[in-house]
Design a protein around this ligand. Structure first.
Ligand SMILES: [Zn+2]
Length: 270
């Protein structure tokens, strides 16, 4: 069968999107939209996406005020934020997407920079008989504390994997046994995510490092910064972009030396 998703991106139609969120109780909602835009977002999302700068400004202001409340509200709104974001992306026609936000069972809390905090997109079925289904698993260990703009680079990355899997299910499956292919797909997914806005990447990095600081002081914050600056590009099969710039990392080290996390926070508010 020729998949609709093999057609050029410009001809993609927004498909009916079915999302099953496993939140203790199952929440099911349907999103339907038809559009022929070349953009990867739905029309409905466009207005929402334009609001990024406002959302980023709001998150940065909250980071400077009451961080405890900021993390707590982000956790409370996590599933709603994810649903809102997923809703704003086009899903390849003919495919069903199942989304879950959860964490692995573990004796202790898995920290955002530790193994076991990864999210993934999985191909479930891709034949006429079995249907065309995919699942995204969003890992709360690394994502739950992030605000809406902080979540966007990760959601965008996984949505690009959804497109890859729909476009070429065989290549997508082969990539889990082929490092070169995996690197190619990861670079592509990161490239797509990076196109949105550098400010969103910054927000994701800023919130992650500061959250780790609040969680486990400088030791945890340093591990998160090292993950972004040193380890990310090498983990799994590779192909990921460095998430933190040299200047940001140096500013982090400086704030650690002076024992003042506000130096790092203020750096992003220039
Ligand atoms: Zn990926």
């Amino acid at each position: 069968m020729r998949l609709v998703s093999q057609a050029p991106m410009a001809q993609w139609y927004c498909a009916r999107l079915e999302i099953l969120a496993f939140t203790g109780i199952q929440v099911r909602f349907l999103v339907g939209a038809l559009c022929k835009q070349k953009a990867i977002y739905t029309k409905k999302a466009f207005g929402f996406m334009k609001d990024f700068s406002h959302l980023i400004a709001e998150s940065r202001r909250k980071l400077k005020e009451n961080r405890k409340e900021f993390w707590s509200n982000n956790k409370k709104n996590h599933e709603e934020n994810l649903k809102k974001l997923i809703d704003s992306f086009k899903i390849p026609k003919g495919w069903k997407l199942f989304v879950t936000a959860s964490r692995f069972l573990s004796k202790r809390e898995i920290l955002p920079f530790e193994n076991g905090s990864w999210s993934s997109t999985n191909l479930i079925a891709a034949t006429e008989k079995q249907g065309f289904e995919m699942m995204i698993f969003f890992n709360k260990a690394r994502l739950e504390f992030l605000s809406m703009p902080g979540l966007i680079p990760i959601v965008e990355h996984e949505i690009e994997h959804v497109r890859q899997a729909a476009r070429n299910p065989k290549e997508f499956l082969d990539s889990i046994r082929n490092d070169e292919l995996s690197r190619k797909l990861e670079a592509q997914a990161d490239g797509q995510a990076g196109k949105i806005s550098g400010e969103l990447r910054k927000q994701w990095v800023l919130e992650s490092v500061v959250y780790c600081y609040d969680l486990g002081s400088w030791k945890a914050a340093k591990k998160m910064a090292d993950f972004f600056y040193k380890h990310l590009e090498k983990i799994h099969g590779g192909g990921y972009e460095k998430a933190m710039t040299r200047e940001e990392y140096k500013t982090f080290l400086d704030s650690m030396k002076k024992k003042d996390i506000r130096i790092f926070i203020n750096f992003f508010n220039r």
